[in-house]
Design a protein around this ligand. Structure first.
Ligand code: CAA
Length: 259
């Protein structure tokens, strides 16, 4: 993937994916989605991967949205297909077995805010700005923003952001719970890796099940409580859970095998 629009770097058990279109403020075009699809398909269920960081190239922008230049030739059907494709890719991220952290290093607008919201955890640099400016273009969000923004910050503020297209700064995003950490600009990826490092010491199957349970809360077809007692049984029957309990009793760190 030498000419790729998504740079892939491996660091220990983690991958850092950097969207590399700085001339377009890292806007998401179809090729970026293709490369995301390739990555998340290839590593789905591979428990040797302990986490992924997604960020944008340069200091200015995480992702400034869907690539507006791809919109001009779209009719209603083409628009729905583009939107569904983007949603499907973001579901792949949201359902990935290992945690995905957005390291938001600048603008996270439209599809960029939507990409960050599909990640499990969001870390922002002090200069980051978030917004869903689609109505400026006479559009609604297309990659899940109308749903996940409400999930994350509640109906009141989400409605205001969606209808006014106003951007919010990192500190307000922190106050609203849209991000969980604000760090000095340039330190976003380091902070994301620090969080992933902590999660990597836990039972990988349990982490996967936790991600599924969190997603189940928002899935109107699943009873999250039923899933929780089912998954509790699954995890307690695992070798990792036996190792976790034994290590606790023996006062040592557990060695998990994802079994
Ligand atoms: N798509 C394609 N190109 C984009 C882009 C986008 N979303 N955002 C920025 N660019 C390009 C600009 O066209 C410009 O390219 P040229 O130099 O070739 O003209 C380059 O990036 C730099 O941008 P600006 O000159 O505009 O930079 P700025 O500092 O003056 O402004 C900005 C920065 C406020 C982020 C501004 O670029 C902007 O408003 N961008 C669009 C943001 C937006 O509307 N995003 C939502 C897209 S729709 C969407 O995402 C729908 C969905 O949910 C699926």
């Amino acid at each position: 993937m030498s000419d790729s629009l998504v740079k892939i770097e491996q660091k220990d058990h983690f991958y850092i994916l950097t969207i590399n279109r700085p001339h377009a403020l890292n806007a998401l075009n179809q090729e970026v989605f293709n490369e995301f699809e390739e990555f998340f398909t290839k590593y789905s269920g591979d428990y040797s991967i302990k986490g992924v960081v997604i960020t944008g190239e340069g200091q200015k922008s995480f992702v400034a949205g869907a690539d507006i230049k791809e919109f001009s030739s779209l009719d209603a059907q083409g628009g729905s297909l583009l939107s569904k494709r983007g949603q499907d890719i973001l579901f792949m991220i949201e359902r990935f077995h290992a945690p995905v952290v957005a390291a938001v290093n600048g603008f996270a607008l439209g599809g960029g805010c939507e990409l960050a919201m599909a990640c499990h955890i969001r870390v922002a640099g002090t200069h980051a700005k978030f917004g869903q400016p689609e109505v400026n273009l006479g559009l609604v969000p297309g990659y899940g923003g109308s749903q996940r923004l409400i999930q994350l910050i509640g109906k009141g503020k989400a409605t205001e952001m969606l209808l006014t297209a106003d951007m919010i700064h990192a500190d307000e995003a922190l106050r609203l719970g849209l991000v969980t950490h604000v760090v000095e600009s340039g330190m976003e990826v380091d902070k994301a890796l620090e969080i992933l490092g902590k999660i990597a010491t836990k039972g990988p199957l349990a982490i996967h099940q936790c991600i599924q349970l969190i997603n189940a809360y928002f899935d109107k077809t699943t009873d999250g409580f039923v899933k929780e007692y089912t998954d509790f049984g699954l995890t307690i029957g695992s070798e990792d859970s036996k190792e976790g309990a034994t290590a606790f009793v023996e006062k040592r760190k557990p060695i998990f095998q994802a079994k």
